[in-house]
Write a protein that binds this ligand. Structure first.
Ligand SMILES: NC(=O)c1ccc[n+]([C@@H]2O[C@H](COP(=O)([O-])OP(=O)(O)OC[C@H]3O[C@@H](n4cnc5c(N)ncnc54)[C@H](O)[C@@H]3O)[C@@H](O)[C@H]2O)c1
Length: 319
């Protein structure tokens, strides 16, 4: 039997999957999510609805930056802080919303966790975007140089968390590298590419396709996040990556195989804020988190494409 924990952003892509794992492990989970407008909230509402069927899940619909956090964290042993406004491109247009959902929310949550007698650890979902175009591989004690307001808010939030690490509260920040798999957010590249290919539409490609990413399968991220509650990572930022770098041109080749034909591309200039390459140094993850990714990209992307196929069939059936 485990105790109680809090998951912020429990209706999100990663938060909902983490919550499911914690419930299977026997935790009582309090999920907090405001169903923000970062993308179609019906996807978030559906995830929360599925979680609500579990007897050990309680949902609180609230903005982390504007609610009584004391009442929420009271009695919890661990706080997994995944609520936030993700995505690089929108952050140039609405930086104040990013600041609110990332920095302001984290400020209040860290203060509440510090005040609480029960919370022993806070695990924060940070991002590889704190590195910008740093030299590869990205190492945790190497330079950070975010290229967007999003990356800046993630760096500031992880600093707020790590500075609070001490004897009463332990904190850790995991730097997630592009997360994908079934349930992926609709604004993310791999899902947009697959949806276009399945619909027979051209894929909008920003840049020449030589940019590369260290893609990380969602269940690997969830396992690392769970392990961070107990592992020897207090006070540290730790990379969590899939372990190999893949170019977008390689993604399109695989997508052609998965969807039964070559994909067509509509080329556009490189987008601002996007790093050219990302790649995680996983030494710390291996040594301190005992983490190694289990799902390779071909299998993980096939699972995402299958999920999207099934999803479009369900939509067709219910239309
Ligand atoms: N998906 C990735 O590739 C990736 C990579 C690096 C870091 N991250 C970080 O991981 C976390 C989860 O990402 P995701 O892809 O699951 O995103 P997501 O948007 O699906 O999930 C975030 C959830 O947080 C909720 N939320 C946002 N602001 C809130 C607030 N102020 N109060 C209450 N709820 C709020 C949203 O409604 C959403 O359901 C985010 O913090 C993100 O920055 C994600």
């Amino acid at each position: 039997m485990n105790g109680r924990c809090v998951v912020t952003g429990a209706a999100g892509f990663i938060g909902s999957r983490l919550t499911r794992l914690l419930l299977v492990e026997g935790w009582d989970v309090v999920g907090v999510d405001a169903f923000t407008d970062s993308y179609d909230p019906t996807e978030k509402l559906a995830r929360a609805e599925a979680l609500r069927t579990h007897p050990h899940y309680r949902h609180v619909t609230a903005d982390v930056a504007e609610c009584d956090l004391g009442a929420i964290v009271d009695g919890a042993e661990v706080v997994f802080h995944l609520a936030g406004r993700p995505g690089v491109r929108d952050s140039f247009d609405i930086p104040v919303k990013y600041h609110h959902d990332n920095v302001v929310a984290t400020t209040y949550l860290v203060a509440a966790a510090r005040r609480s007698a029960s919370v022993r650890r806070l695990v924060y979902a940070s991002s590889s975007s704190v590195y910008g175009n740093a030299p590869l591989p990205f190492t945790e004690n190497g330079p950070t140089a975010p290229l967007s307001p999003y990356g800046q808010t993630k760096l500031e939030s992880e600093r707020l968390c790590l500075e609070a690490n001490g004897t009463d509260l332990e904190t850790t920040a995991l730097r997630y590298f592009t997360v994908y798999g079934p349930g992926q957010r609709p604004d993310m590249g791999l899902r947009r590419f697959a949806e276009a290919a399945l619909d027979g539409r051209p894929i909008r490609l920003f840049g020449d396709g030589t940019q590369s990413r260290d893609f990380t399968y969602v269940d690997d991220i969830v396992r690392a996040t769970r392990q961070a509650a107990d592992a020897d990572v207090a006070g540290l930022a730790v990379n969590v990556g899939g372990g190999s770098r893949i170019t977008l041109n390689e993604v399109f080749e695989l997508l052609g195989e998965l969807t039964g034909g070559p994909v067509s591309l509509q080329r556009e200039p490189f987008a601002r804020g996007d790093a050219r390459h990302t790649g995680a140094d996983l030494t710390l993850a291996r040594e301190r988190l005992e983490f190694a990714a289990r799902t390779d990209f071909a299998d993980g992307y096939a699972a995402e494409v299958d999920w999207l196929r099934e999803r479009s069939l369900v939509t067709l059936r219910s239309a």
